[in-house]
Design a protein around this ligand. Sequence first.
Ligand SMILES: *Cc1c(COP(=O)(O)O)cnc(C)c1O
Length: 486
Amino acid sequence: MEDFLEEMPQRVRVSIEGREVSIRAWRYEVIGIEGSRVQVYFLDTDLPENSEWDRAITHYLYGNDAHYRLCQETILGIGGVRMLRALGYESIERFHMNEGHASLLTLELMDEETKKSGRSSITQEDISAVKGKCVFTTHTPVQAGHDQFPMDLVNRVLGRKEIYDNKEVFCHEGTLNMTFLALNLSHYINGVAKRHGEISRHMFAGYTIEAITNGVHAATWASDPFSRLFDYYVPGWRKDNFSLRYSLSIPKDEIWKAHVLAKQKLIQYVNSETNAGLDIDVLTIGFARRAASYKRADLIFRDIERLKQISAKVGLIQMVFAGKAHPQDHEGKELIKRIFETKKALRQEVKIAYLEHYGISLANTIISGADLWLNTPQSPLEALGTSGMKAALNGVPSLSVLDGWWIEGCIEGVTGWAIGGRGESPGDPAKDAASLYDKLEKIIVPMFYHGRDAYTEVMRHAIALNGSFFNTHRMMEQYVLNAYFR
Ligand SMILES: *Cc1c(COP(=O)(O)O)cnc(C)c1O
């Protein structure tokens, strides 16, 4: 840890089940492309003065049961605010809660307000003051993604009577629901894509919910060959991502050459790590993301005969997969098993590689090296789907279900292709699979092999229209203008 992070000398304490748990922070500095620095603090309870159990509260990211999570969220929310104060951040104007995990920070801010005015109980004024400071972004339409804790557990861990005294703020249907807590105490609420905003308005009726579509960090996600290409044709693209729009003037053969370099890196990596024997000239479909079952990584195998036919008669297809399942997600693990079985069944007819060690660096290699980026989530469960944005920055078009960002990013045949139609009754796997095969058979595979110029034009538009927009510059501007300064 010391190799990456700097330990801060400050210590703060938070009461958990009546024990005073001590917390420290480790600092990581994110250094921007022009040298500006942003501090990130990681909280840690692994200190000798804490009990064995308390020392492990910050050990596991996807830890254990509701009790363990509530303890973690107490450290994050309450301990987080206390640590910021101890570090000298006295006058923070906005707290941005990403997902409900940090929602308990509202309780600490409320305490600060009541203390400031010398009262002992929370008033409407305190609630308004806290609301004025908080911004909340909800991230998932999947119900299980929204933490809620039974009140007897809350009572045991936090033992705070304020929570009972202000039930209308803290409780939802008899539980402490971290999403509703943040909803109740934020003056600006948003989803992470237009469609996700709409879905969140249905999920949380009665709240005003806006949408700010997420983006990816262009300088991080453009592969080396494309970074060099942009440096030459679109100088300044790193600090002004909007200028990627001018990629429209990059000659198509230059785009293809940069892509071939990225593809070579992928194919070499796959062939050195596996015995898949992939071929640089074959249309390579990429699919890499968490192996969550709603993402339906195996949808393309719904009709194996049809897939084989397309590969044999229209043009060869090969595939690269990667992605780990959540340790407790049995369905996700089964999904990976099914892909391995299909891989065996397809043998040489459609070559498939499933790569291990999926992480940011491997994601970069797969996303930039594929010819086509596939995404087949069960609509409307994909709030966003960032990997398609990373692909667009590298000129890799998406073939995706119209869900998450793709509803905004897809211009059919211009930036990529849609699976299924706009606003159709969503999620029928048979229909989605049929549409996927149709697009491959009739449009994409023929274009890749016999219309390279047209295919490269789609690649160029993926960069110019989507790379220039679905990035963190545009996203941050929208947060600053619409959320933080509101
Ligand atoms: C981008 C990325 C993701 C998220 O991909 P989605 O398309 O949003 O599912 C997950 N893991 C890694 C390592 C990534 O780089």
